[in-house]
Design a protein around this ligand. Structure first.
Ligand code: TXA
Ligand code: MG
Length: 355
């Protein structure tokens, strides 16, 4: 964990308009002072992110949201009491204190209070010397797999992190290493800016969890898309996202082994993420390749959705780094507990191999 001095130095970097990578409980975030337009613009250029994809603004525990949100609908206080600090982002009508560059020109802002103690400590110090709020997308290049460890961040932005005193401060990024992220996938996003709550991105906090607190089951994004044209732009809305370089296929359990077999038979190296352990012998009697399991990289995935989510991005990075012809992922169950994982996997499959 970073020392208090490292946290203070990082807060000062934010005050100077520089970028800081901070750990959160979901994924690492590439943070800038949310009220500093030039600093926020640097987030977009560093990530290669289109300017119309809005950023989430991270606030301190106990921060008065009326500075940042025009109206606090009645669902807000109970949701905050139940889930903040934690992996829930609320979309609300913004005040003028949030620059348009943060929200991609929209009149709403995503607010989230991260639970990671290092993120809270950073915001705490930053509030003493600066605005106390940071805009932070996941600390990866646009469209790629989100980072859940400091090492992942180094592999995304290593050159900028190694920058020294002589490097232009505009390019320098300070990294706070807070260990591996507990949740492992991005926050649940709930839009409360319209008439009815809409779940824009599934995450560790489920629609059912939200309904238990508000008494209203949020509408799913897909239902709303059919009935509404003025939709919020969510980069998670892109079919392709969270993607490795290697092509990735999601397969039902039964098809997985025969696909492995066929690829190995054609002399390909294959990477697999499956619920079962790596087979010791040829799973299929016809497979010629399965007698030689060496070109097979196999990660066994946890059986519980929560654990699967925590390990997902690290697993995808490991499988991607193996440089095989294909990553095969055994499709997880389809019940609600797996919504967030299935959302990330299906987008990874669409975007994979296209960089
Ligand atoms: O867990 C998380 O939310 C992480 C950590 C760092 O906090 N952040 C994160 O940020 O996942 P990012 O930029 O990778 O994804 C943010 C999502 C995007 O899909 C963006 O379009 C959506 O939030 N978003 C932000 N503000 C919005 C708004 N006003 N309306 C609709 N969607 C919004
Ligand atoms: Mg992201």
């Amino acid at each position: 964990m970073p020392t208090q001095k490292q946290i203070t130095d990082a807060a000062n970097a934010l005050v100077r308009g520089e970028l800081v990578v901070m750990p959160t409980e979901t994924v690492y975030g590439l943070a800038a002072d949310a009220t500093n337009e030039a600093a926020v613009k640097r987030i977009f250029t560093t990530k290669g992110r289109p300017a119309d994809h809005p950023l989430i603004v991270h606030v301190r525990k106990g921060d008065d949201l009326r500075q940042w949100a025009k109206r606090l609908p009645s669902h807000v206080p109970p949701l905050i009491a139940a889930f903040w600090p934690g992996p829930l982002t609320l979309i609300l009508k913004k005040t003028d204190a949030i620059p348009d560059v943060v929200t991609g020109g929209q009149n709403t802002v995503g607010l989230r209070c991260p639970a990671h103690p290092v993120a809270q400590a950073l915001l705490e110090v930053f509030a003493k010397y600066g605005s106390g709020i940071v805009a932070a997308p996941s600390a990866n290049r646009f469209g790629r797999v989100s980072p859940t460890t400091a090492a992942h961040v180094v592999s995304e932005f290593g050159d900028l992190l190694n920058a020294n005193e002589t490097t232009s401060p505009k390019k320098r990024i300070t990294l706070l290493d807070g260990g591996a992220c507990d949740v492992g996938i991005e926050s649940t996003i709930l839009d409360l800016s319209g008439k009815e709550p809409v779940l824009l991105r599934p995450g560790a906090i489920s629609a059912e969890d939200i309904a238990r607190v508000t008494g209203v089951m949020p509408k799913s994004r897909d239902t709303v898309r059919l009935s509404n044209t003025g939709l919020p732009r969510v980069s998670g809305d892109l079919a392709a996202h969270y993607a490795p370089n290697t092509p990735l296929k999601l397969l039902p359990t039964t098809a997985l082994l025969s696909e492995v077999d066929a690829l190995l038979a054609a002399a390909n190296r294959v990477a697999v993420l499956a619920f079962a352990a790596k087979p010791k012998t040829a799973p299929s009697p016809v497979g010629i390749g399965m007698r030689h399991l060496r070109p097979l990289i196999w990660l066994q995935a946890p059986a519980k959705a929560e654990d699967y989510a925590r390990d997902l991005y690290a697993s995808l990075r490991t499988l991607d780094a193996a440089g095989t012809a294909m990553i095969l992922v055994e499709a997880p169950p389809t019940d609600a507990a797996w919504d967030a994982v299935n959302d990330r996997l299906s987008r990874a499959a669409v975007g994979a191999g296209k960089h």
